[in-house]
Design a protein around this ligand. Structure first.
Ligand code: Q46
Ligand code: ZN
Length: 290
């Protein structure tokens, strides 16, 4: 297959009815991100954006696109202490920062006295989620960033939606807004890739040879829902994009204004209970913290 410019193609999409080469694809990708940001008012040009990078393909693609679009960004990475996976991830984000000429901020979970590998197997991903949300928000606020950008893809959003609907957590849909405004001690959150697929992100990083680690976290559960989402897409092209757009529309209509704000009695951050989930983890797993 050939690109419209005549070179051999690296990307073909039935959804966008387009075939592109390695030179034309990055411009197309960045333009799609630009369109989402504009349509859903995900970022403002005046904002300082903290771009969370895991070392994986999705966040490397996000960092590239936001830099190309001229946003005022710095990278942020959490070293979770997950064996060689975390070592490779750190190496990848250091290379990415160098390639894109961006400042990189690294927070090490072990400085709080524990690592994700210390958490019991059954609770590891939920603990990891708590750690990431807590550390990125706190770092962003303390360092004066206006918004935190995460590289959630349309597959991530659909997965979260299905799982929460099935467990009856209907109000959780508010968390799926492409942009959630900040309040109290919570910094605004942005998902500039919420309409992008994993395949689109992978094509970008491979085409541009951007640093990323292909390793998967050893704790990642095998997710049958993800397979189902891919199966439906294979049978019904455009399903993912249409579904994620519908989720964004639904999420916009859920108000978060009445949620009560409490603060953790230990760290002072926003919390649902007297002690926040992060401080509970520190209490439970920290070995060397006074
Ligand atoms: S949550 Fe779970 Fe991921 Fe954390 S422990 Fe690994 S798989 S990295 S997105
Ligand atoms: Zn706390």
């Amino acid at each position: 297959m050939k690109c419209r410019c005549g070179r051999s193609a690296v990307f073909h999409s039935k959804v966008y009815r387009i075939t592109l080469c390695d030179r034309c694809y990055p411009k197309f990708y960045v333009n799609l991100v630009k369109r989402s940001i504009k349509r859903y008012r995900i970022l403002k040009s005046s904002e300082r954006v903290l771009v969370c990078v895991s070392g994986g393909k999705d966040s490397s693609a996000m960092a590239y696109a936001l830099k190309e679009l001229g946003y005022n960004i710095e990278l942020f990475h959490i070293d979770l202490g997950i064996g060689s996976y975390s070592k490779e991830s750190l190496k990848a984000v250091e290379e990415l920062a160098q390639t894109l000429n961006l400042d990189l901020n690294v927070v090490k979970l072990k400085d709080y006295g524990f690592t994700i590998d210390d958490v019991e197997r059954k609770k590891v991903c939920s603990a990891c989620g708590i750690v990431k949300r807590y550390l990125m928000n706190r770092f962003a606020r303390e360092k004066g960033f206006d918004v935190v950008a995460t590289a959630h893809t349309c597959e991530d959003i659909i997965l979260f939606f299905i799982k929460n609907m099935l467990s009856g957590n209907v109000e959780y849909i508010a968390k799926l807004k492409p942009r959630i405004e900040g309040y109290d001690k919570l910094v605004a959150k942005a998902k500039p890739l919420f309409e992008r697929t994993e395949k689109e992100n992978a094509t970008l990083v491979l085409t541009l040879n951007l640093p990323f680690t292909p390793l998967e976290c050893p704790h990642a559960p095998k997710d049958v829902w993800k397979e189902i989402i891919y199966d439906v897409e294979a049978k019904k092209k455009g399903f993912k994009l249409n579904f994620v757009k519908a989720i964004a529309k639904l999420a916009e209509n859920v108000s978060t204004e009445e949620w009560e704000v409490k603060h953790c009695k230990i760290c002072g951050e926003v919390s649902n209970s007297e002690v926040c989930s992060f401080c509970k983890l520190v209490r439970r797993y920290a070995r060397n913290v006074s």
